[in-house]
Write a protein that binds this ligand. Structure first.
Ligand code: HEC
Length: 131
């Protein structure tokens, strides 16, 4: 290898380590930000959603049997898991059918996003799960 080549190689390595370090740091910061919003989301979920969807999101909340129409969905099911974040956002904000209320006047957009983050921790979105 020529002197020039060795110089370029060393130079590249010197840059590579700080870049990897930076990437890991940014990743860790993002992960913890997501976790924080998910914890806030869990509090909102327990406060507003658990009575129907259950503390664990499995659809076994105490109010379920008394609803006239549809039973609360098991949010751990594939049906919910395949939905995009936007889709979940719309469902939660505007409600569906009769029994799933609209949260437009109760929760802020940020609070809805936090709840979605919490749901994603209960069950990761479908495409992230290996076969
Ligand atoms: C009064 C009971 C009740 C409460 C409270 C409630 N839900 Fe629901 N939810 C339902 C019912 C019933 C359905 C099923 C509606 C249907 O499919 O017709 C549903 C459906 C859903 C769905 C769609 C699931 C799917 O994939 O089809 C999501 C997401 C959801 N609820 C999230 C929430 C969140 C988040 C909250 C709290 C902010 C909440 N729900 C509060 C009763 C409730």
């Amino acid at each position: 290898m020529s002197i020039d080549g060795i110089f370029k190689n060393t130079y590249k390595w010197k840059l590579t380590f700080p870049m990897i370090f930076l990437a890991i740091t940014v990743f860790a910061m993002l992960a913890s930000a997501d976790q924080k919003t998910a914890i806030k989301g869990e509090i909102t979920f327990i406060e507003h959603c658990a009575e129907c969807h259950g503390d664990k999101g499995d659809g076994q909340g105490s109010v379920g049997p008394y609803l006239e129409g549809q039973r609360p969905t098991n949010l751990l099911d594939e049906k919910t898991r395949v939905r995009s974040d936007q889709d979940l956002f719309k469902i939660i904000r505007y409600g569906i059918h009769i029994e799933m209320p609209s949260w437009e006047d109760v929760l802020t957009d940020q609070e809805i996003s936090n709840v979605i983050n919490f749901l994603r921790i209960l069950v990761p979105p479908f495409h992230l799960v290996p076969d």
